[in-house]
Design a protein around this ligand. Structure first.
Ligand code: E4P
Length: 220
């Protein structure tokens, strides 16, 4: 099971890497633009806080085949452990084939139904990012992701699903209990995986009861 963080904010990446077992970081053009800094600076700063084993995912911005391939090659040159994100369109699928042949690891992204994911897997994508919540406007996003996993299993494709576009922990829970290998979580959902007001209440009671007797809020 891989827990991935969906942000380009270095402070948040650093903070969450200290709290959780973070396998990697996914970004997209919107997420990077949100930082309002030059692209290379954002990538260099993320690289600095990640250890070499943590994978970074960076997406192409262009939408035509030649430019996607060129950007994919450039992204792949930025870091050793990096995966190029390519949206599943006609040009994107062509780019996935070419980049895969060159040995570049690909995450096929912006997947909004199971068949898009399946054809991207056949083209050599290492990872697939179904947009669970966005899909939910048209179909059951969790169910469609599980169907995609079944299609991969049925045909012995070892392409891995990284469920994306997640907007609540209920979606995350359903995916994990149904065997989806990886999820990428926005910062607020990553925090909601472990925060619970009832836990805070219980801790407050422990501290207060201890204080009443020992007149301090520490053990020693
Ligand atoms: C992850 O790789 C995607 O970029 C991300 O989860 C997209 O989701 P959203 O734009 O719906 O938040």
């Amino acid at each position: 099971m891989k827990l991935i963080i969906d942000t380009a904010n270095v402070k948040e990446i650093k903070r969450l890497c200290e709290i959780l077992n973070v396998w990697g970081v996914t970004t997209n053009p919107t997420i990077i633009a949100r930082e309002n800094k030059p692209f290379e600076k954002v990538i260099a700063e993320i690289d600095e806080v990640l250890d070499k084993k943590q994978t970074l995912f960076v997406q192409v911005v262009s939408t035509d085949y030649e430019s996607m391939v060129e950007e994919g090659r450039y992204i792949a040159s930025l870091r050793k452990n990096i995966v190029v994100k390519v949206p599943v369109t006609a040009d994107g699928l062509k780019a996935i084939k070419t980049l895969h042949k060159e040995g570049i690891k690909i995450l096929a992204t912006a997947i909004n139904n199971a068949t898009q994911g399946f054809v991207a897997a056949l083209n050599g994508a290492e990872y697939l990012a179904p947009y669970v919540n966005r899909m939910s406007n048209y179909t059951d996003g969790v169910e469609e992701t599980i169907i995609l996993q079944e299609m991969l299993d049925e045909h012995d494709l070892d392409t891995e699903i990284i469920a994306a576009s997640l907007k609540n922990t209920g979606q995350v829970k359903e995916l994990i209990r149904n065997g989806i290998e990886s999820v990428t979580l926005p910062v607020d959902i990553a925090d909601l995986m472990y925060l619970n007001p009832a836990t805070d209440e219980a801790i407050d009671a422990f501290t207060n009861n201890w204080y009443k007797v020992y007149n301090k809020k520490t053990l020693r």
